[in-house]
Ligand binder design. Structure first.
Ligand SMILES: C[S@@+](CC[C@H](N)C(=O)[O-])C[C@H]1O[C@@H](n2cnc3c(N)ncnc32)[C@H](O)[C@@H]1O
Length: 208
């Protein structure tokens, strides 16, 4: 292994205590997820510890180098909790332009701090599949006004300890400003808008 490959994961996710393992674990425990798609993943391979088949997409050169290292698979094999061999695929691509994966084929789409993944990659998610999004770049807010998605649950976190809640879901995504929220409006705002009630993460289901 070149020194830099795994160091990158340690630096950004382990040392910062931001692996979010427990978040993915909750989803794995409650839903049947075989295939996951993580667009804008950088080198965040934590989902592969709990989901057996994960496709990562990023247009960052460091990520490309990272995923080309055989030691990454070895690292995943050491930490994975399922019995089958881990399947890990990386596409060096701008997710907005599409990539070579079957549409309607993923059980889970992961959107974390990487723009409107839930919109651009929606077609790869099967109907009934899940979108895990946060609202750092407004992607969860976008899903909330998209008829294709329905909010299923929210996550609260204290450090790395995530809890799922399905209570009072209609209280989320009520905007603070009194403006009409449209896709066009949200697209212009890199950080999304303020909502009266927020959570650390949101789980949507693709319903159409
Ligand atoms: C802030 S990092 C977040 C990394 C990871 N999702 C996490 O939560 O730690 C955003 C990543 O998204 C990638 N990204 C942003 N826009 C992208 C695009 N259009 N296509 C592919 N990757 C993109 C960047 O290259 C970067 O690696």
């Amino acid at each position: 292994m070149t020194k830099s490959a795994l160091d990158l994961y340690r630096k950004y996710f382990q040392e910062r205590q931001f692996e979010r393992l427990n978040l993915f674990q909750i989803i794995a425990d409650r839903f049947k997820v075989q295939r996951a798609l993580y667009a804008g993943s950088f080198v965040h391979v934590t989902p592969s510890f709990v989901f057996p088949d994960v496709v990562y997409v990023d247009n960052d050169k460091q990520a490309k180098q990272f995923f080309s290292e055989p030691e990454i698979l070895k690292f995943i094999a050491e930490r994975k909790i399922y019995s089958q061999e881990a399947k890990v695929t990386f596409h060096f691509a701008d997710y907005r332009n599409g990539f070579d994966e079957m549409i309607d084929s993923f059980d889970l789409l992961i959107s974390q701090y990487a723009g409107f993944v839930g919109q651009y990659c929606k077609r790869y998610l099967r109907t009934g599949g899940l979108l895990l999004a946060n609202n750092s770049h407004g992607d969860a807010g976008m899903a909330a006004i998209d008829d294709a998605y329905q909010l299923l649950a929210v996550f609260y976190a204290k450090n790395e300890d995530y809890r799922i809640s399905v209570n009072n879901l209609d209280e989320y995504f009520v905007p603070k400003p009194q403006v009409e929220i449209t896709k066009e409006y949200l697209e212009k705002l890199p950080k999304g808008i303020g909502y009266k009630k927020t959570a650390s993460g949101y789980l949507f289901q693709k319903v159409q």
